[in-house]
Design a protein around this ligand. Structure first.
Ligand code: NAD
Ligand code: UGA
Length: 469
């Protein structure tokens, strides 16, 4: 029986290992983490992350061949294959601050592996890391190896939150990069054999280490670039009378372009797009490629522009001031079907409105008040550094209230901002909402999920992204 250990029980480590355990009953899978709270939650009825379908998979495998533990060293020592899926945030200080990846967590995991290993190991980079990280990890492991053989593989993860289980069950591809030596190839084959339990072999791509590492950064950059492209066009649509939904549809019907990832929005969020592009920009700069760096930086600039454009639209539509006005925010998570708020555009939009002294009432079906207050008081890039994952600070933002119902959030409000595309928002009784709002009643649909014509018939003044007013 092969034993797999995964260091890091987060959004990637938890679901990925649950699927491996589900599909490979002969493999023992242990997910370890230094966070006692996280492991306790994984072992409870209330899992630490919300992901459709995850509960069922965990219930089926937990205690059978899937285990969650804080006994990091023991399970690392016993494992044949070790996945490392720790956070790789943006550095907040020192060389490369605000851009480069902070590999502190990765390095400490690697040193611990070297310390406790007593037999040969395959060490798999699951975290998204800068290209060439495997070289650094190899150095740490081999210089501390005590004669043990370590093979490093890069196996980046492409799942998206909210659809993680489906993405893992039916991935477009699994990517495995390894050293082009007999030992390296054997390690690649060993990991391939795990995935081949459920992924068709033609979908398992093998490459050299650097191609695998760079492909992950490139894939995220390409995806984010599509959103910034359509968002840039959305500004032009508003200026010209074109409709961004029609333009995106017409453009996406070209089979060379394709229809996915062309939804104009208030901006992309999530823990990775910005972090990974900044990381790519930094690597380009370090490799003497300033033009390439500038090209990718622009994807982030347009995303920031889109968020501030949205705030400006809200304030300017409401007679140039939201001071003292109640604004209902529907949706705080960075996308639907997740409770994750990392880098959500809602943070920047709320901070922008608070800057203009609005009183904000927020409703999100999956995000807690603690989380929202923490997000609104935290500095840029601090969120992914565990030292900051503390209980809510005493200086909670007073102009913000968090409620557990969309009707409560909109009661007496001057405006509604839709910032996450939760399905339930489409089904709201907007006549009821209109009746209880101040007039004129504004709706700013940052996700283009509402029926603007219907809302206008009710009496709302409606702003949708990339559409005529
Ligand atoms: P996360 O913050 O949810 O989880 C990381 C976990 O690692 C935390 O629970 C932390 O306590 C733990 N950890 C940190 N250092 C440790 C150590 N030395 N020993 C044991 N545990 C340790 O992060 P995540 O969202 O799962 O992302 C992990 C990596 O995967 C990142 O590099 C990210 O870029 C990448 N990724 C994320 C997604 C996603 O959708 N979230 C998708 C693909 C790739
Ligand atoms: C993204 C990628 O899709 C995954 O392949 C990758 O593994 C992951 O990042 C990662 O490396 O972390 P995720 O961030 O979970 O996944 O979610 P996405 O569906 O990509 O959405 C990201 C953001 O873009 C969200 O805020 C979403 O609302 C926004 N978006 C997405 C748009 O504004 N328009 C679109 O057309 C699509």
């Amino acid at each position: 029986m092969v034993k797999i250990c995964c260091i890091g029980a987060g959004y990637v480590g938890g679901p990925t290992m649950a699927i491996i355990a589900l599909k490979c009953p002969a493999v023992e899978v242990v997910v370890v983490d230094i966070s006692v709270a996280r492991i306790t939650a994984w072992n409870s009825e209330q899992l630490p992350i919300y992901e459709p379908g995850l509960d069922d998979v965990v219930k089926e495998c937990r205690g059978r061949n899937l285990f969650f533990s804080t006994d990091v060293e023991r399970h690392v020592a016993e494992a044949d294959i070790i996945f490392v899926s720790v956070n790789t945030p943006t550095k907040t200080r020192g060389l490369g601050a605000g851009k480069a990846a902070d590999l502190t967590y990765w390095e400490s995991a690697a040193r611990m592996i070297a310390d406790v290993a007593k037999s040969d190991k395959i060490v798999v980079e699951k975290s998204t890391v800068p290209v060439k990280t495997a070289e650094a990890i190899e150095k740490i492991l081999t210089h501390n190896s005590k004669g043990i053989n370590f093979q490093i593989l890069s196996n980046p993860e492409f799942l998206a939150e909210g659809t993680a289980i489906q993405d893992l069950l039916k991935p477009d591809r699994v990517l495995i990069g390894g050293r082009e030596t007999p030992e390296g190839r054997a390690a690649v084959e060993a990991l391939k054999a795990v995935y081949a339990q459920w992924v068709p072999v033609e979908r398992i791509i093998t490459t050299n280490l650097w191609s695998a590492e760079l492909s992950k950064l490139a894939a995220n950059a390409f995806l984010a670039q599509r959103i910034s492209s359509v968002n840039a066009i959305s500004a032009l649509c508003e200026a010209t009378g074109a409709d961004v939904t029609e333009v995106a549809y017409a453009v996406g019907r070209d089979s060379r372009i394709g229809p996915k990832f062309l939804n104009a929005s208030v901006g992309f969020g999530g823990s990775c797009f910005q972090k990974d592009i900044l990381n790519l920009v930094y690597i380009c700069e370090c490799n003497g490629l300033p033009e390439v760096a500038t090209y990718w930086k622009q994807v982030i600039k347009i995303n920031d522009y889109q968020k501030s454009r949205f705030v400006n639209r809200v304030v300017s539509s409401m007679f140039n001031t939201v001071s003292g006005k109640k604004v209902a925010v529907l949706g705080f998570a960075f996308k639907k079907d997740t409770g994750d708020t990392r880098e959500t555009p809602a943070i920047d939009v709320c901070k922008g409105l608070l800057g203009d002294k609005a009183a904000i009432s927020i409703y999100d079906p999956q995000v807690t008040e603690d989380q929202i207050q923490r997000d609104l008081t935290m500095n840029k890039f601090d969120w992914d550094h565990p030292i900051h994952l503390q209980p809510m600070s005493p200086t909670a933002v007073k102009q913000v209230s968090v409620v557990w119902d969309a009707y409560e959030a909109t009661r007496g409000a001057h405006a509604v901002c839709v910032l996450t595309e939760w399905d339930e928002f489409r089904a709201l009784d907007f006549q009821r909402i209109y009746n209880q709002m101040q007039k004129p009643a504004f709706i700013f649909d940052g996700r283009n999920v509402l029926d603007a014509d219907l809302l206008r018939r009710i009496g709302f003044i409606v702003y949708s992204i990339g559409k005529a007013l």
